[in-house]
Design a binder for this molecule. Structure first.
Ligand code: GLV
Ligand code: MN
Length: 216
């Protein structure tokens, strides 16, 4: 058999580094969320303790309360809620939007997202690393994709509530909400960094920080 070329080796390497969550090595590895053992993901709980409850979740059945600052609520169905997802490389969320509600610009460092509109109409978009906005108005029954790591948002510009289901190719996609990440981090990003980055005065930086500070 011919030896694999250097090119084949590097293509395989690139393919594996571009994959989402690592592949599983056993049928199931239900997360022991309380284990002190730190691994990439969660340690498996003993097989004898696994039940159907580890693979079941009803938290997406009903609309989430959208009386939030942004007028939207994301309800996650990830490994923290469904321990049986550990090592399986998938998860979901439900997003509910009040009329005018916004799921503000955010990224998922570990997953591509695909959304299905359950109800209403959404203006959605993501921005590529070339700073190109890819945007569309999507409505009940439509599907849209947000590639892994890219900043994206959804806005309900309708005058009725909207809802969407999202699926991810990670058990735990992670979310960085851009405004909160920069202006509400603990500990705070220095005012001077934000002032220079956004080309605004530190007074405006402080104003944004105080508005985005977590509610006590
Ligand atoms: C929507 O963008 C979500 O992350 O649930
Ligand atoms: Mn998202």
């Amino acid at each position: 058999m011919a030896k694999p070329s250097l090119l084949t080796f590097f293509s395989l390497l690139v393919a594996s580094t571009l994959a989402a969550d690592p592949d599983m090595l056993q049928d199931i590895c239900v997360a022991d969320l309380n284990s002190a053992v730190k691994v990439n993901g969660f340690a498996c709980k003993p097989a004898a303790e696994v039940t159907e409850a580890d693979f079941f979740f009803q938290g997406l059945a009903k609309p989430g309360a959208t009386n939030t600052t942004m007028g939207s609520l994301v309800t996650a169905a990830n490994v923290e809620k469904i321990p049986g997802l550990n090592t399986l490389g998938v998860s979901m969320s439900r997003v509910d939007y009040a009329p005018g509600g916004l799921n503000p610009p955010h990224t998922h460092p570990r997953a591509t997202e695909i959304v299905f509109v359950l109800d209403g109409t959404l203006d959605v978009g993501f921005i590529t690393t070339a700073n190109k906005l890819i945007t569309k108005t999507i409505t009940k029954g439509d599907v849209f994709v947000f590639p892994r790591g890219l900043v994206h948002f959804q806005k309900n510009n309708g005058d009725v509530p909207a809802a969407a289901l999202a699926a991810f190719n990670s058990q735990f996609p992670g979310t960085q909400s851009i405004a909160a990440t920069l202006f509400a981090a603990t500990q705070p990003v220095p005012d001077i960094v934000l002032s220079k980055a956004f080309q605004i005065g530190t007074r405006d930086v402080k104003k944004i920080k105080s508005r985005l500070a977590p509610k006590k």
